[in-house]
Design a protein around this ligand. Structure first.
Ligand code: UD1
Length: 374
């Protein structure tokens, strides 16, 4: 019987850990699947891309689209043009897209219009904030794609409310957590704590890159002021995302940041080093999506500098807390977190390291009808 040909599309940093566990599961069934990776090139710096392939053991992409940076239109447009060519020549039976980045919506548009079955991993998440580019990507992707693999129950509810049919929705858990569970035994080899000269639980780990926090001078200056305050209470480790770095430079705020004592700035870090830092931090401050989930799994307190989250399970039962990016609110939250380091929390259902296995079984036996037993 002909193999099922699948192309998984990755583009930006948070995509790689969502696809790596799938690649491993597909590889266990080589008689059923031919699985190929297409990298759009949305992220291209070594630290933002290749280092994740290395840490996760992801194989070299079969297709590299070289989309690079640009406005939303430019970036999405380049991926549309190039991914269509890939689908025309490779003729996949299924395209898998993950997350909510521009690569996700671009690849979905191409595949669906070519009549190729398309599955979205991490479907159904909604922040209900349409000023976030990711929210538009999520809504648009889910409104046209064929199959929905969901990480938390809110995603199922959102998809049903938006009229998606229940038999196309699969609540399977979180492939990002599969990767996290897989990497934990390897973090011992990371020397990042020694390299930064810090001891476990004596520092806060911070990441910030959302346009709403880092694109305007007004907000970014406030963020620098907030960082100065936090650094008076605890050492901060801050791996700076290229978007944030460029804006700090452009808005002449970098030297101000560099003068803050107790602030350790680094380049964007690889996956193993970053998870080592997260696991050993006293708490995390972030505006990322995935980090809210990783801290919930590791049961590390997380202060998310946003007013909404598309991942409500992390605040309902996990360690995540939304803090509006306003000085007084952040100060209050930091003081509370320092005084009460142990938050009572639970790990969300099906975040058990077996999500990719469930997804691959569904693809083989439901989407392509009983292939594992044939
Ligand atoms: C993208 C995703 C965001 C995700 C984030 C993770 C969209 C709309 N946004 O945001 O959801 O949370 O990735 O990192 O898809 N740059 C580099 N090197 C790189 C990549 C980017 O220097 O390898 C710089 C460029 O100046 C670029 C800027 O960072 O213009 C932003 O990159 P872009 O891919 O547009 O969005 P992110 O902010 O990274």
């Amino acid at each position: 019987m002909k193999k099922i040909k699948i192309i998984s599309v990755v583009g930006a940093r948070p995509n790689f850990m969502k696809v790596a566990p799938l690649e491993r599961e597909f590889a266990k069934l080589p008689h059923i699947f031919e699985h190929l990776i297409c990298h759009t090139g949305q992220h291209y710096d070594y630290e933002m891309s290749q280092s994740f392939f290395d840490d996760l053991g992801l194989s070299k992409p079969s297709f590299y689209l070289g989309a690079g940076s640009g406005s939303h239109g430019e970036q999405t447009g380049k991926i549309l043009i190039e991914f269509e060519k890939v689908c025309q020549t490779a003729k996949p039976d299924l395209v898998i897209v993950v997350g909510d980045v521009n690569s996700t919506i671009a690849a979905t548009l191409v595949a669906v219009k070519m009549g190729i079955k398309t599955a979205h991993i991490e479907a159904g998440l909604r922040s209900f904030d349409r000023t976030m580019p990711e929210e538009i990507n999520r809504i648009a992707t889910d409104s046209i794609c064929d199959y929905f693999f969901v990480t938390e129950e809110s995603g199922v509810k959102n998809l049903l409310r938006e009229g998606r049919s229940p038999e196309k929705i699969f609540f399977v858990g979180n492939t990002m957590i599969d990767s996290l569970i897989g990497i934990l035994p390897k973090i011992d080899k990371s020397k990042i704590l020694e390299n930064l000269n810090i001891s476990p639980k004596t520092f806060a780990l911070m990441t910030l890159h959302r346009p709403s926090n880092v694109d305007s001078k007004k907000q970014l200056s406030k963020i620098v002021e907030i960082i100065r305050f936090i650094a008076e209470k605890i050492t901060i480790v801050f791996p700076i995302h290229p978007r944030t770095k460029k804006n700090l430079e452009k808005l002449s705020l970098l030297s101000e940041l560099e003068e803050i004592p107790n602030l350790i700035q680094t380049e964007p870090l690889g996956y193993i080093d970053f998870i080592k830092l997260m696991k050993n931090s006293r708490f995390v401050i972030t505006d990322s999506g995935g980090i809210q989930e990783e801290t919930t799994f590791l049961q590390i307190p997380c202060l998310t500098l946003r007013t909404t989250t598309e991942r409500p399970i992390t605040t309902e039962i996990g360690t995540n807390r939304l803090v509006p990016p306003v000085k007084e609110k952040i100060i209050e939250a930091i003081i509370e977190t320092l005084n009460q380091p142990n938050v009572e929390s639970a790990i969300p259902p099906l975040w058990d390291g077996k999500t990719a296995e469930r997804i691959v079984n569904i693809i083989a036996n439901v989407i392509f009808k009983n292939r594992i037993n044939k």
